[in-house]
Design a protein around this ligand. Structure first.
Ligand code: OFO
Length: 163
């Protein structure tokens, strides 16, 4: 059985994972309208992953005797300045999610909830990988420079296909 504090922080994370999914969906849609099919595909897939994270939290809270709550989500931005700005935003968001996952872990430890302490490790690892893959794209962007967007788009499409 989850303690109130662990249940609350997991519900907070449900909102954050759900918002992440919507944020990447909005970014994907924007990239698609700009003709960036590869970047859009990467972002659509990322959005699906975040939805999977949301579901993982919902199921976990319910399985542990808590009540998972599906909250209202704020509307993500509709427009983005450009591709480098968009990926800088993705990285910033993932760093924020990492800090948030760490808070879930810290709460589980304080509450002596060993099951949650163990379960949340999957997300700790996942965040490390996600930050790393976004950083790789940012590095490629810097290499390609502004005029390389077309080739970068194809390259990112391949990265996604290889996953
Ligand atoms: Fe990348 O965020 Fe979910 O955990």
């Amino acid at each position: 059985m989850l303690t109130k504090k662990v249940e609350e922080i997991c519900n907070r994370q449900i909102e954050r994972e759900g918002y992440s999914s919507n944020l990447y969906l909005a970014m994907a849609s924007w990239a698609e309208t700009k003709g960036m099919a590869g970047i859009a595909a990467w972002l659509f897939a990322q959005s699906d992953e975040e939805r999977m994270h949301t579901l993982k939290f919902i199921k976990y809270v319910n399985e542990r005797g808590g009540n998972a709550v599906v909250p209202e989500f704020k509307k993500p931005p509709v427009k983005y300045k450009g591709i480098p700005e968009l990926f800088a935003e993705v990285l910033k968001h993932e760093q924020y999610i990492t800090a948030s996952i760490n808070e879930v872990l810290e709460t589980a430890v304080t509450e002596k909830d060993h099951a949650t302490t163990n379960w949340i490790q999957w997300f700790v690892k996942e965040q490390m990988e996600e930050e790393n893959s976004v950083q790789q794209i940012i590095d490629k962007l810097q290499l390609a420079g502004q005029h390389g967007d077309y080739f970068l788009d194809r390259d990112i499409m391949r990265l996604r296909d290889a996953k």
